[in-house]
Design a protein around this ligand. Structure first.
Ligand SMILES: [Zn+2]
Length: 286
């Protein structure tokens, strides 16, 4: 099984991406959580073109991908996991948890460091919140993610299959938790003990600074609980909250592909730091 998955990495990933995309798209059409502010056709066209462009760039810049790096480290016995003899299921589970913490930390950093926020705000400037938001990132942020992931893989020393499972999971959960969908409240509460839900991550896409600087998790909720960045609900509710960022609101800037590609190099930065004092002041605001 593990060998088959390793040998069919691209097929496995493409099938999982397509299946989750179709499932979430159907769910959003049948029972949307919020009415969309912009035309779905135009947004999806641009967002999905950016996804295709990113896939092409990653293939050109990093032909071996995270899986190739994992195989490279594996045959040389590099990484912390090579120091201990663990059952493969446990090593795989630890790999997924550790890589999720890396992604969470990276997410906090792209909000905290002004130059990186310039890249990440392409994701946040989407004026609507749906499954394509979850796949919409600037190519430079995608390249940065790959380099950080390579470093983490060298440090952890995971199996190739564990890395493939993590990649598939991250793609799938990103589309799920950016979904314009509603879960029954009891199920949402239960899931949040472990997994990020659409209602939880939507808070992070608010135009409000303190709400956007919370709920950084993509897969596991534990890191936000542990580091005090968890926020249950948006102040104005899920249908009343405003999605996006304040400095970029024109369609040519936030939905048109050339505007997205140029966004890191334009404008001033209106929100970039997780400033504890500022956060606390906003917390006390009525
Ligand atoms: Zn973010």
């Amino acid at each position: 099984m593990a060998e088959w998955v390793s040998g069919h990495e691209m097929g496995v990933r493409a099938c999982a991406f397509g299946a989750v995309l179709l499932l979430m798209a159907a769910w959003e059409i049948v029972a949307p959580r919020r009415p969309l502010a912009r035309s779905k056709l135009a947004r999806w066209g641009n967002n999905l073109t950016l996804v295709a462009l990113n896939a092409f760039i990653v293939r050109v810049l990093f032909p071996a991908g995270a899986v190739g790096v994992a195989a490279f480290a594996d045959v040389r016995g590099w990484g912390l996991l090579s120091l201990v003899a663990l059952p493969s299921w446990l090593a795989g589970l630890l790999t997924i948890i550790a890589l999720d913490l890396v992604v969470w930390t990276q997410h906090v950093l792209v909000h905290a460091i002004p130059a990186l926020w310039r890249l990440h705000r392409v994701h946040h400037a989407d004026p609507d919140y749906d499954l394509t938001t979850g796949a919409r990132f600037h190519p430079l942020e995608i390249a940065l993610s790959m380099v950080i992931k390579f470093g983490a893989i060298f440090l952890i020393g995971p199996s190739v299959v564990a890395v493939i499972i993590f990649e598939v999971l991250l793609n799938a959960t990103s589309m799920f938790n950016h979904g314009n969908v509603r879960l029954p409240p009891a199920l949402d509460r239960a899931l949040r003990l472990v997994f990020v839900t659409p209602d939880m991550h939507r808070v992070h896409h608010s135009v409000e600074d303190d709400e956007a600087n919370s709920n950084f998790g993509f897969n596991l909720t534990w890191w936000d609980f542990l580091f005090g960045t968890y926020r249950g609900q948006p102040r104005r509710g899920h249908t009343g909250m405003v999605i996006g960022i304040r400095d970029f609101t024109q369609p040519a800037q936030v939905t048109w592909l050339p505007g997205l590609l140029l966004m890191p190099f334009k404008g001033r930065i209106d929100r970039y730091t997780i400033n504890r004092r500022q956060w606390n002041a906003q917390e006390k605001r009525p």
